[in-house]
Design a protein around this ligand. Sequence first.
Ligand SMILES: Nc1ncnc2c1ncn2[C@@H]1O[C@H](COP(=O)(O)OP(=O)(O)OP(=O)(O)O)[C@@H](O)[C@H]1O
Ligand SMILES: [Mg+2]
Length: 258
Amino acid sequence: MPSPTDTPPIISLRNVKKAFGPKVIYDDCSLDIYAGETITIIGGSGTGKSVTLKMLIGLLQADAGSIQVYGTEVRGLPEPGLLPIRRRVAMLFQGAALFDSLTVAQNIKYPLREHHWGDEKRLDERVEEVLEMVGLPGSQKLKPSELSGGMRKRVGLARAIAVEPDVILYDEPTTGLDPINVRRINGLILSLQEKLKVTSIVVTHDMDACFTFTDRIALLYERRFAFVGTQAEARASDNHYLQEFIAGGRGTLDKDVT
Ligand SMILES: Nc1ncnc2c1ncn2[C@@H]1O[C@H](COP(=O)(O)OP(=O)(O)OP(=O)(O)O)[C@@H](O)[C@H]1O
Ligand SMILES: [Mg+2]
């Protein structure tokens, strides 16, 4: 992983504030993301993990502060300016967020068309490629209603990786899946990270997986990132809340060190 001091960050949140009505989600939130790293965002339910990811691609607007993505200020950026950002930064949504009326193939083609990927033949080829990658070959014609939860997540992932993004935002990619699908998705995250050098921002409660693939951990607590650091720094931290999260993955941790 590149050291934070080697290169400037590709994504930078500075003093971000966000509230929904009277409910303050962030009062002073800062975080830097570096090219090629995998950073895991952890935190209790409702602390604003999904909100962070959505703010990075302009689906939600921060109230104050700055969000720079590849040198562009995303806060307040009108829709046309967001398109090139969403080409480089793709998101796997928490509930997969597929269009129910469209087939699997049409869902995956949606962002490809938006980003002018190529003619219909090229789109078909790309759909075939990414469905192969997520272990769902031949499922082009199915509708989301015909898919299991695990399959929907994998189609969501296929749609996210289809445009060959530089950064993938994974919002709870394995929550609610059976162990085989958990392994499959975590394996995909690892291989995208290793083979394609994709920068990954992963929101997960799966601490076992987190300690398998993450370079750094960021803990959302009390309306800000209360801890950001490497696995070693996380283990050495005296933040009690962080230690409680880490304890959730103790099984793998212990196995790793013996
Ligand atoms: N569009 C919205 N309008 C109003 N409130 C919202 C909106 N999106 C999120 N919130 C609120 O912001 C808070 C943080 O939401 P968020 O979805 O980011 O939590 P989270 O950390 O991802 O939780 P979980 O682990 O349950 O997914 C929640 O209280 C949620 O109700
Ligand atoms: Mg969430």
